[in-house]
Design a protein around this ligand. Structure first.
Ligand code: CA
Length: 618
């Protein structure tokens, strides 16, 4: 940011020049006692001496002071949906991470589930990993719908640095999702030691499809590793993550042998991939009740309150006008139905935060929180899709299904589908969302609230589609000067792999199993942990479903896909207009064309094909 700019970030420290040590000894925590520090330094001294005495073949990382890494990602939530980014939804645990950590105001995802997961896992643009669109094979290498063999997941890379890797939650980076399908691209085959979760990308929270433990399909009722009186997927993800952490530090208690050897001495990596708050809106009554009355006045007052709070937090500039509301509450039909949808959505986010609290508590119980990098992010912006918003009463009249019993697999992720005991799921008004026999999405009006103050939704290259909170919590590694601070440098999913490689003292490979591995695309965020401005040479590129964008410093071009219409680029100065309301493309045609050429160069390099393409191969 330009210091002459009236938007001077309130918490950002003066520019510092910091030498980033690629083999870091962690900055001292101010809470570290003198005695502990002496012991720690002596241990480090012994470690260094021991290292020189070891055979050359022992990797240096085996004696490094490597941090644990816990990546927590939510699903289909907007920029302002958690408390510390402006929301009225109660997220005290995420807020605590933010107050003691570092927030980023311009962190980008890829605007959709699959490509975000591909980019997060591999440090590449999603097209380079083979997932330019979703998990169907579109006949081009960039759109195979399956992670390719010329990329590595961060689990695969961290494993080579001595990490034990665990995953709880949604995978969604392979087209092979059935119980008899090839599992070559499932978590255990891509670097993880233990996995609990779903292979595909959506479904009931009360009975998720493709639920697996390791490589085995399970049901909520026959899972040998987890049982709950009231199964709810968000809780199951949290509880299994807690179990993996506990077992990591108490290897004798664990129920499989994958990480038994020296697990207590290995650093831990955990990928917690929630499906909250993706449709359908499913939640416990007790959580929904907390939000009754909160949304009775509709979209406008909530958007305004979030906008004001985000300005107060220092996350957005007051000179960025709030984008216009997308849906008129006064003419919205079925108001009580839509109010309920947002109450349930809030309850889903609230429940996820409760689970994050359990994970943080377990790290604290293991005395591991201090040297754990806890990361929170979201996979795409609020979702305007209309799933479950039309009534299906006529179609399900008098219908019932055979019970699934204890072992029957849920095979559907949207209606027509059934509960485990055979009831059809009901959609649309006046059916109130929440229970297991309902299937409703919260729609464009509330998605627009989620994405306050931005335009656009999930799928889009506009800021509402690609902007995510990013919280970094790492007491042993963040400078005191950035605690409760905000980094305003643009960042992207591709930056997390280089950050992990640097923090873990890992070596990113060039060849694996004879296959060349594409180089990392991003930059390490470690300098920002010390308050140093990030230096990025390459612009950030975006393409999904024909929605295009390029971010280069303060400038952004963006084009929204319109069927049967030519590409129409818009140009924005993000320092003065991040809400993308003042298109400069006609006033600055040379700048626009230069950036379009940059975008084309990026698109050609990563394998983007012009949308729409219809070919679909099996
Ligand atoms: Ca998503």
């Amino acid at each position: 940011m330009n210091q002459s700019d009236p938007f001077v970030p309130p918490y950002w420290p003066p520019l510092q020049v910091t030498l980033i040590n690629m083999y870091p000894t962690k900055p001292y925590s101010p809470r570290t006692s003198h005695l502990f520090e002496c012991v720690r330094r002596f241990a480090l001294y012994l470690g260094v001496i021991s290292w020189f005495m070891l055979p050359i073949s022992i990797p240096r990382s085996s004696v490094a002071d490597q941090p644990n890494i816990v990546v927590i990602m939510s699903d289909d939530m907007g920029f302002s949906d958690i408390g510390c980014y402006g929301s009225e939804i109660q997220t005290p645990h995420l807020d605590r991470l933010a107050r003691n950590g570092l927030r980023y105001s311009q962190f980008y995802n890829t605007s959709r589930c699959c490509p975000t997961r591909a980019a997060l896992l591999t440090g590449l643009y999603s097209h380079q990993a083979g997932i330019g669109l979703m998990t169907g094979d579109r006949g081009f290498d960039a759109y195979r719908g399956d992670l390719n063999q010329n990329c590595q997941t961060f689990a695969e890379v961290l494993r080579t640095a001595g990490y034990k890797n665990y995953m709880s939650g949604k995978w969604h980076v392979t087209k092979f999702t059935g119980p008899n399908a090839s599992n070559h691209n499932w978590p255990l085959q891509r670097g993880f030691d233990r996995f609990y979760g779903t292979i595909t990308g959506a479904g009931s929270f009360w009975d998720p499809a493709t639920l697996c433990r390791g490589n085995r399909f399970i049901t909520p009722e026959n899972d040998p590793g987890y049982s709950s009186k009231d199964f709810y997927y968000t809780d199951a993800i949290s509880d299994n993550a807690v179990t993996f952490i506990r077992d990591h530090y108490n290897p004798k208690e664990q129920d499989d042998s994958s990480s038994r050897n020296s697990a207590d001495r290995s650093p831990l990596m955990m990928y917690v991939s929630y499906t909250s708050a993706h449709w359908p809106m499913h939640a416990f009554k007790s959580d929904i009740t907390k939000y009754q009355g909160t949304y009775d006045l509709g979209f406008t007052p909530i958007r305004e309150a979030r906008y004001r709070k985000a300005i107060e937090e220092g996350l957005i500039s007051q000179k960025w006008a709030k984008s216009p509301g997308a849906v008129d509450w006064t003419t919205t039909p079925n108001k009580s139905w839509d109010i309920r949808n947002m109450e349930v959505y809030a309850a889903m986010v609230d429940r996820m935060d409760q689970g994050i609290g359990k994970i943080i508590d377990e790290l604290e119980a293991q005395s591991a929180l201090d040297n754990t990098i806890v990361i929170y992010l979201q996979d795409n912006g609020g979702c305007a899709e209309g799933y479950g918003r039309s009534p299906n009463a006529d179609r399900i009249q008098g219908k019932s299904f055979p019970s699934l019993g204890r072992n029957g697999l849920q095979t559907k992720i949207w209606p027509p589908m059934q509960t485990r005991d055979g009831r059809p799921l009901k959609t649309g008004p006046p059916i109130l969302a929440g229970a297991e026999d309902t299937f409703v999405a919260y729609g464009p009006g509330w998605a627009n609230v989620s994405n306050t103050p931005f335009r656009g939704y999930k799928h889009d290259g506009l800021e509402g589609g690609i902007s995510s909170p990013l919280i970094i919590h790492w007491p042993a590694g963040l400078s005191k000067t950035v605690r409760n601070g905000i980094c305003h440098n643009p960042c992207h999913l591709i930056d997390l792999m280089p950050t992990f490689v640097a923090a873990a003292n890992a070596k990113y490979p060039t060849v694996v199993n004879g296959k060349p591995i594409q180089p990392m695309e991003g930059i390490s965020l470690l300098p920002s942990f010390q308050g140093t401005t990030l230096q990025r040479e390459m612009p950030l590129g975006f393409e999904h479903h024909g929605n295009l964008a390029l971010r280069d410093g303060r400038w952004k071009i963006v084009s929204s896909y319109r069927r049967d219409q030519p590409t129409r680029w818009e140009l924005y100065d993000m320092e003065v207009d991040r809400t993308e309301l003042n298109d400069l493309s006609e006033r600055m045609p040379d700048k626009l064309q230069a950036m379009v050429r940059q975008w084309q160069s990026w698109a050609d390099r990563v394998g983007v094909k012009k949308w729409p393409f219809s070919n679909k191969k099996k």
